[in-house]
Design a binder for this molecule. Structure first.
Ligand code: AMP
Ligand code: ZN
Ligand code: FE
Ligand code: FE
Length: 279
């Protein structure tokens, strides 16, 4: 069993990288990929922990990207964490994110909600602050009853304090991942399909023509029918198959590492095919 989509405390997951690798080992997984949003900062610690605990760790990243039809996420597996050009782009994305965070704090203040950046940074326990950290803090400070209520009222797209974030055009995100030695993979494809079922396959073809190499067939929210459909699409478009749970730890407590909502079982064989594509 493997899990090729996970988040650590370097972005908005709750486990530090070493603890996540340890959890994977305890859960009987054979390999995990670290795919934090907009940062590769968790990869080195995770790779070292992989050595320590005897766990195969695949370095990765997850990038938010724009298509004319909406936004998508692209996971890059086997990227070189030390790649300088990629780091420059990720750094820019993080600067925009900080700007967005400041504006969201200001918007919340107009709504009578007092939170500040240092509280958020503490909540994040790392460099990267995202909406999940806003949600946790709003809950802790009693402005909302639940984490989900924070999203529903303030933070979801269209919410009272929501601001869009800067994304790379999809072809740039794909090119950047490839230039850093990685395999670009369309993450949680069901989200794009939900937005525009009619043109979904045309979008994926276009992404493939821009260098997309794989698609997540296995994902926490995919049911069996989805898996069958996306596997067939992968075969028809000559795309590699990947899969993961999008584990975030306590931030999404109903999603288990390697298991999703409980029944996922992603075969190691997928990783072998991905590795063949590297050489
Ligand atoms: P950000 O990168 O700061 O835009 O935050 C994105 C994260 O917020 C996603 O990875 C989800 O974990 C979370 N998220 C986005 N929309 C919702 C929602 N409607 N309800 C709960 N969590 C959400
Ligand atoms: Zn996340
Ligand atoms: Fe995602
Ligand atoms: Fe993710």
């Amino acid at each position: 069993m493997i899990d090729l989509h996970t988040h650590t405390a370097a972005s908005d997951g709750s486990y530090p990288p070493r603890d996540l690798v340890k959890l994977a080992k305890q859960g009987g997984l054979q390999a995990i990929a670290i795919t934090d949003h907009d940062t590769v900062a968790g990869n080195l610690e995770a790779l070292a922990a992989g050595q320590e605990f005897g766990m195969e760790v695949v370095p990765g990243v997850e990038i938010s990207a724009d298509l004319p039809s909406g936004n998508i996420h692209i996971v890059g597996l086997f990227i070189r964490p030390e790649d300088q050009e990629m780091e420059a782009v990720l750094h820019d994305l993080r600067l925009y994110r900080e700007e967005r965070n400041r504006k969201m704090i200001a918007r919340l203040a107009e709504l009578g909600i007092q939170i500040n950046m240092s509280e958020l940074v503490m909540e994040a326990g790392g460099d990267l602050v995202g909406r999940p950290h806003f949600a946790s803090l709003l809950t802790k400070k009693g402005y909302v009853k639940t984490y989900q209520e924070a999203f529903d009222i303030y933070l979801k797209s269209g919410g009272k304090a929501y601001l869009d974030k800067k994304r790379l055009p999809a072809d740039q995100a794909i090119a950047m991942i490839k230039a850093a030695g990685g395999i670009p993979i369309l993450a949680h494809p069901f989200t794009l399909r939900q937005k525009d079922e009619e043109n979904f396959e045309a979008h994926v073809k276009e992404l493939r023509d821009h260098g997309l190499q794989g698609i997540e067939v296995y994902y926490t929210d995919h049911n069996h029918g989805d898996e069958v459909y996306f596997a067939d699409l992968a075969r028809r478009l000559n795309l590699l198959i990947s899969g993961g749970t999008d584990f975030h730890g306590a931030v999404k407590p109903d999603v288990s590492l390697g298991r999703g909502f409980g029944l996922m079982n992603i075969p190691y064989e997928l990783l072998e095919h991905l590795k063949e594509a590297l050489s």
